[in-house]
Design a binder for this molecule. Structure first.
Ligand code: EPZ
Length: 419
């Protein structure tokens, strides 16, 4: 079982580049199913979830060619089947994103219900409700979603709650439906915007991009295109926290500071000096301890739930007491007990963690439970005295591209073992 071994206490310093966004490339790769010609996707991050998606598409008969410099060509002109098996979907819930495109372009799809995961039940009722509103016949049986539609038709869909992949699935389905659809209470995450821009690059007609009301005029067909995925704002934020928690100075390039307003504001509140350019962000902590900050997660543009665990680690060694409230997922504090094993002083009260900063953490073996929890354990290990061993790091490999290499570039003492 792979582990990461970290010897903490080194202030990180140096420059790294952000990879393409996991949560943008996954819907965009699913979106290639909409095109009747080859699509080139650029700035593809090297992640296990990307490999899983390519395997899923490949099994459907999609032609995939790895290009140079993190690009891939995807040609979904001819499919062998429209089936997404449980064995793949259970490893990556985002596989549900093939449902909308398959239904829109082929009129049929059989996709395994994604199970829950460590952070919550994560139902897909909003995805199915929206597709039914567009005229799909949806049956859920034997753990599979079996959907058919002669031709989806435009509909007005009001999302009961903000759902990122729910909005993405329905936006993709609507792009080839007959007539116009309106999605109210749509998610506004930058990754939703990136997908909308990708669909329009294929000839789609989506308006209201970046707002909570998307207007999608269905077209007869979508063509191939050449598209560059936006930078990963959560990866960027994670490395900025790594600089802040170790009192270091790090520049992240090939990123976009406009995607991180809420996170940068909290890092400045924690005492970091932040400088930004068009495609770079520099954080300087000048060797100081961070100040405690209060966090409340919510849909974009509020503070992202995917940065919540990282800020729990930051607050654990800050001066003062900070509260972290999670409002998006019902069970996203699995990292707390592990950070407590390193000596943190954290009380959980419902969906709020009260974190009293301690003078220092001490290394210990800890166990990753989900992607962002893994990141928070690594961040804690970077500042803890002594050796921290993070187990079950297959979670981290799903969403962070070459994490130990990037951290080692910044001076961290970190290595992977396979014993
Ligand atoms: C996306 O998940 C991201 N994943 C998550 O990132 C992210 O945490 C989440 O959005 C919130 O920003 C990808 O984009 C691949 P939601 P998603 O639908 O779309 C409830 C990471 O670490 N809900 O916005 O699955 C749901 O239970 C991952 O990179 C329903 O009730 O999240 C949750 O409480 C983790 N019914 C809330 O809505 C539905 O049909 C928001 O979930 C759909 C969602």
């Amino acid at each position: 079982m792979n582990k990461l071994i970290i010897n903490g206490g080194i202030p990180l310093s140096g420059t790294i580049r952000a990879s393409g966004s996991k949560n943008a490339v996954l819907p965009i790769l699913a979106g290639t199913l909409l095109a009747d010609g080859p699509v080139i996707v650029r700035n593809v991050p090297h992640l296990h979830d990307v490999t899983t998606t390519m395997e899923l598409l490949g099994r459907m008969g999609v032609q995939i060619t790895i290009g140079e410099k993190m690009s891939i060509e995807v040609d979904a002109t001819h499919l062998k089947n429209t089936f997404a098996p449980y064995e793949l979907v259970k490893t990556m819930r985002a596989s549900i994103l093939v449902l909308g495109p398959l239904l829109a372009r082929h009129g049929t799809a059989e996709v395994s219900l994604p199970g829950g995961c460590a952070i919550g039940a994560r139902p897909v009722n909003l995805h199915l409700m929206g597709l039914e509103a567009m005229g799909a016949d949806i049956r859920v049986e034997e753990g599979y979603i079996r959907a058919t539609a002669k031709r989806l038709k435009g509909a007005r869909i009001v999302m009961d709650q903000v759902s990122v992949t729910g909005t993405e699935n329905l936006m993709m389905a609507a792009s080839l439906a007959k007539g116009t659809s309106v999605i109210e209470n749509a998610a506004r995450e930058p990754e939703v915007t990136d997908l909308a821009n990708f669909i329009n690059a294929m000839g789609g007609k989506i308006k209201g991009i970046g707002t909570d009301t998307l207007r999608i005029e269905g077209v007869e067909n979508l063509t191939g295109c050449d598209y560059r995925v936006l930078p990963d704002r959560i990866e960027t934020g994670t490395y900025l926290v790594a600089a802040a928690i170790t009192g270091g100075k790090v520049l992240v390039k090939d990123t976009d500071p406009r995607l991180l307003d809420a996170v940068l504001a909290k890092l400045e509140e924690a005492g970091a000096i932040i400088d930004i350019g068009d495609d770079w962000i520099e954080l300087d902590m000048e060797g100081r301890k961070p100040r405690s900050v209060n966090i409340r997660t919510a849909p974009y543009p509020a503070f992202p739930t995917d940065m919540q665990a990282q800020f729990c680690a930051l607050n654990a060694v800050a001066s003062g007491t900070g509260s972290v409230t999670e409002t998006v997922f019902e069970n996203r504090f699995m990292h707390i007990q592990e950070i407590v094993r390193l000596g943190a002083n954290i009380q959980l009260e419902g969906n709020t963690a009260i974190i009293k900063g301690v003078a220092n953490l001490n290394g210990a073996p800890v166990m990753a439970t989900d992607l962002r929890a893994s990141a928070s354990l690594i961040l804690a290990g970077l500042v803890a005295k002594g050796e921290t061993i993070v187990e079950r790091i297959y979670h981290i490999d799903r969403g962070y591209d070459h994490i130990e290499e990037k951290l080692a570039c910044l001076g961290a003492r970190i290595r992977r073992t396979t014993d």
